[in-house]
Design a protein around this ligand. Structure first.
Ligand code: ATP
Ligand code: FE
Length: 371
């Protein structure tokens, strides 16, 4: 049974149709690369406008690719939070109108839960409970996933998320951030010497599972200033010695950024095994999980602790409609969904958006899967 998923929480307009046995029938994704390049970040109003212009086409394209009509759908799922309200609103209204028109069950999806659960779409071996590390542009989370909609938070970021640190460093280094700063920085780091600068690994003396990237960001900024690297000069126009310095900063930054994740995963595993002694699986997801260096380093941590480690394929790590459709499938299977909105619902009806929703606050006690 095909479920339509819609994602508009940040700057990607995504839609996909996924069946209950995990087949991706069709998908479509439009990202706002030009806007990112122009503003150096996400501007909520401009992002909303882009979602509005793209949403009908993206959904139509996903359905067409899937060779499915709206009337064939079994349910509609959409990200209702966390994210930018202006942007979430566009996807939620579209999803509600399809749900209303075709009388389809409606699932309001938590964006970070979708990042985590999509690993179960590509790998059926991932049974609950498992440890989750979510690393993205807005979040750093360590969780125990006990079941769909049931998470224990072990740690979160006290300031910036790791993806944000990658993005900011990339910007200071004058990299092309149209695909997000992360991929550009990862690529440049391959040319650099990771021992060139000794940045401090964050929070080594804190015996908890929280993260902090603000201090590292400041160290990087000061180093870039001391090297007289001018981020306004694009990498492509930099002299070869300038390029080498930038690569050295990138490599040194990446090693420390990932070392912090390694430290926290080790501690989280200790904690998790106290609560669930048989904890033997870990999922790493979110945009930064597509990073190859991170994958290999966390792979080593997993090996050292006899942990089975799972990553979604890179294209499903960054925002997409598939992860939302799949989360819809997971909820529908458990009978957790809302009925379609009333037929006579006016277009300007108040919609339930949760821009600051925490994963631990998901509540499965009600049929809607929400408090
Ligand atoms: P959130 O999911 O927290 O709401 P988001 O949806 O904006 O934030 P994602 O789309 O999950 O974030 O991920 C985007 C982030 O991932 C960006 O910060 C980007 O730089 C980072 N990223 C993507 N690919 C890589 C990579 N190869 N290496 C490092 N970071 C990466
Ligand atoms: Fe995301």
């Amino acid at each position: 049974l095909p479920v339509l998923g819609i994602e508009t929480s940040c700057d990607d307009t995504g839609a996909a149709v996924v069946t209950s046995d995990g087949k991706i029938l069709g998908e479509a994704l439009r990202s706002q690369a030009e806007l990112l390049r122009q503003y150096g970040g996400v501007m909520p109003l401009a992002a909303r406008l882009n979602h509005e212009q793209a949403i009908d086409e993206v959904v139509a394209q996903a359905l067409e690719n899937a060779k499915v009509k709206e009337s064939d759908l079994a349910a509609v799922a959409v990200t209702i939070g966390p994210g930018l309200s202006l942007c979430l609103d566009v996807g939620v209204r579209k999803a509600r109108s399809i749900s209303r028109c075709w009388r389809l069950p409606f699932v309001g999806v938590h964006h970070m839960e979708a990042h985590a659960l999509v690993a179960r779409l590509t790998n059926a071996d991932i049974q609950f409970p498992f440890l989750v590390l979510l690393v993205s542009g807005g979040h750093n989370l360590l969780l125990i996933a006990k079941d769909v909609g049931d998470y224990v938070e072990l740690g979160t970021t006290l300031d910036d998320a790791v993806g944000e640190a990658y993005d900011k460093t990339a910007r200071l280094l004058g990299l092309d951030i149209c695909k997000g700063g992360g991929p550009a920085l990862e690529e440049l780091a391959l040319e650099g010497d990771a021992d060139a600068f000794k940045f401090t690994v964050p929070m080594r003396s804190h015996k908890d599972c929280n993260f902090s990237y603000a201090g590292l960001k400041t160290q990087v900024k000061l180093t870039i200033e001391s090297l007289n690297i001018n981020g306004a000069v694009p990498l492509a126009s930099a002299s070869s010695s300038d390029r080498q310095s930038r690569a050295n900063v990138a490599a040194s930054f990446q090693v420390v950024a990932v070392r912090h994740l390694e430290d926290r995963c080790r501690r989280a595993l200790e904690w998790a095994r106290e609560m669930e002694p048989c904890m033997k699986r870990m999922v790493v997801a979110g945009g930064v999980a597509s990073n190859k260096y991170l994958r290999s380093r966390l792979g080593a941590v997993a090996k050292e602790h006899q942990l089975d480690l799972f990553f979604p394929p890179p294209r499903l790590c960054t925002d997409n409609g598939v992860m939302v459709a799949w989360t819809g499938v997971e909820y529908i299977r458990l009978g957790l969904y809302d009925p379609p909105p009333p037929v006579d619902e006016p277009e300007d009806y108040w919609v339930d958006l949760r821009p600051r929703w925490k994963l631990g606050e998901i509540c499965r006690e009600t049929s809607s899967g929400r408090p």
